[in-house]
Design a protein around this ligand. Sequence first.
Ligand code: PLP
Length: 400
Amino acid sequence: MSNKLIYLDNNATTRVDDRVYEAMLPYFKEEYANPSSMYQFATTASRALKDAREQVREFFNAKSEKEIIFTSCGSESANTAIRGVLGMNKNKKHIITSKVEHPCVLNLYQTLEKQGYKVDYIGVNSVGELDLEQLSEAINDDTALVSIMYANNETGVINPIAKISDIIKSKNPNTKFFVDAVQVAGKIPIDVQECGVDLMGVSGHKFHAPKGVGALYVNSKTIITPLIIGGHQERGKRAGTENVPYIVGLGKACDVARDFMKYEATEVKRLRDKLENGILKNVYNARLNTGLANRVPNTTNIGFEYIEGELILLHLSDLGICASSGSACTSGSLEPSHVLRAMNVPFTAIHGSIRFSLSKYTTESEIDYVNSVLPGIIEKIRNISPYQEELAELKRRKSL
Ligand code: PLP
């Protein structure tokens, strides 16, 4: 086991930025007041909360800080948005989403189906792009909500949110549009006004704030019922004493991310492309699962044909390299990823698909190292694959 850590799983979570960490510190032991308290000691905490709300508002480009609700994570943001919209539209029973959403959305819809909602799951094409025609046809007078993710966590494929919003509003102006933006925050600029969305959720730990804090944008024309009922915090939309240190961290992460966005689009993308091109060039049984689809700059999803992704991950892990597989282990059987299945990734590659997700902390030498060891790892695993003939044929075709 190498003691060097090469972390290429930043879509799972990220390292807290030093500036974020420093900004949070005073609110644990010195400025620990409850921000709702009346005495002077609470002034600093309540001002910090206000400042963070302004930082998050700016990050979303929301019109007003009243449109920002602090939550505990991306899953809570999504649950608050979805249940909140449906709670205000009890007579409408139709929802539209996509087949490739995160489980925090898909599993909630499964629950809602059991409660009498009709949910349409829109498909994607072979590179992960949403079928906009199918989406448009699915909208009707009973559609309370459309929820579509901004970018997919496994593939990084970006959905054309402004276009989707136009489609929704032209078919039914009363339908609300929720966007799970967890995987774009800090990677590409967000502008809720330009996108025309009603609700949008993010999660701090995906862009260098700590785990346990998120935010939900709800535009001023959208009324939601609260998910957590209790005190009057967050204007009655989310009860519970605010997590001041983490909210301060989220606000700081928004500021830092805005300054780094250009770096994501240039340097992080350059390293991602270098990794991707290195793999595709040096490993003959590798395919880029997203083809030429528009993606966030940090993510690549590569299928290694006729081998198991988990084996690749174990070999990488032995060298201190963290990546993730598109497969999830459920009840002892290896279930291929629902995202790659929706894209019809060939069965030969679906079990051997690996996601590498970079961050601003990824270095050139790390990418060079991964590119230098990966072909050997794949060769080793391939040599014990039962699909020797198929692999030989792939090699022959690539060398033609
Ligand atoms: N939505 C997407 C697209 C995600 O990738 C994730 C986390 O991986 C979530 C939602 C859930 O975020 P959290 O872990 O903060 O609940």
